[in-house]
Design a protein around this ligand. Structure first.
Ligand code: PEP
Length: 249
């Protein structure tokens, strides 16, 4: 059985004060022992968040890492090794906002995936189609291309220590959620694609759904056979809402 994972992507939100408050409120929430819970704060808050959740089971991840692993003259960059050094255990790679706003290509994302694993971090590879791609009937092809950028390059075994997050771009921050059937359909096809390379890796791989997950829709989404939890943006900034989503997993 795969352990569910609920991950909160805080994006570029928060201040020292608001994040402290959010975590204090989250500490009052009952988080199920059988669900892994992770939060992904902005870079400058990683250490403070790590210190505040140290006595809990919540793990901390970063929202991005550099392509390069070794230290060097790379102003503004943060390596996966540095993230591991301050206690991160996961990192998002290929979030659609980075693909779109920072022009990250599949090959850059693959290099970040490599750097993350080399540093001992679990990469959460984010994939998903735009609305235009879905309407053109290309959703699966796009997702498969994004996965193959890693799979073909590195082989299937790298997915034994990774997570995939399926996040249809049209559902992120839009209030539009894929129906449980739409999400399950893509999740099942992602798992089948991985299984065509290794049944064992596919069986153990956690595939999260992301895109306007809220307390009100989480249970139905997480009840689907191939949905192993969620990557939650907006709703993760509200402790009660996030707690309820974790309990739905
Ligand atoms: C995300 O950014 O990963 C996300 C899923 O955002 P939201 O839940 O706000 O749609």
């Amino acid at each position: 059985m795969r352990r569910p994972l609920v991950a909160g992507n805080w994006k570029m939100h928060g201040t020292c004060a608001s994040i402290k408050l959010l975590l204090n409120e989250l500490a009052t929430q009952v988080l199920p022992a059988e669900v892994d819970v992770a939060v992904f704060p902005g870079l400058v808050y990683l250490q403070a968040v790590g210190a505040q959740v140290a006595q809990s089971d919540i793990v901390v991840g970063a929202q991005d890492c550099a392509v390069q692993l070794e230290e060097g003259a790379l102003t503004g960059e943060t390596s996966a090794l540095q993230l591991a050094d301050i206690g991160c255990s996961m990192v998002l790679v290929g979030h659609s906002e980075r693909r779109q706003l920072q022009d990250e290509t599949d090959s850059v994302i693959c290099r970040k995936f490599i750097a993350a694993q080399a540093a001992g971090l679990t990469p959460v590879l984010c994939v998903g189609e735009t609305l235009a791609e879905r309407e053109a009937g290309q959703a699966l092809a796009v997702v498969q291309r994004q996965i193959d950028a890693v799979l073909v390059e590195l082989g299937v075994d790298v997915f034994a220590k990774a997570v995939i997050a399926y996040e249809p771009v049209w559902a992120i921050g839009s209030g539009l959620t894929a129906t449980p059937e739409q999400a399950q359909d893509i999740h099942a096809q992602i798992r089948a694609h991985i299984a065509s390379h290794s049944a064992g890796v596919a069986q153990g791989l956690r595939i999260l759904y992301g895109g306007s997950v809220k307390a009100a829709n989480a249970a139905e989404l997480f009840a689907q056979a191939d949905i192993d939890g969620g990557l939650v943006g907006g709703a993760s900034l509200n402790a009660k809402e996030f707690g309820a989503i974790c309990r739905a997993a």
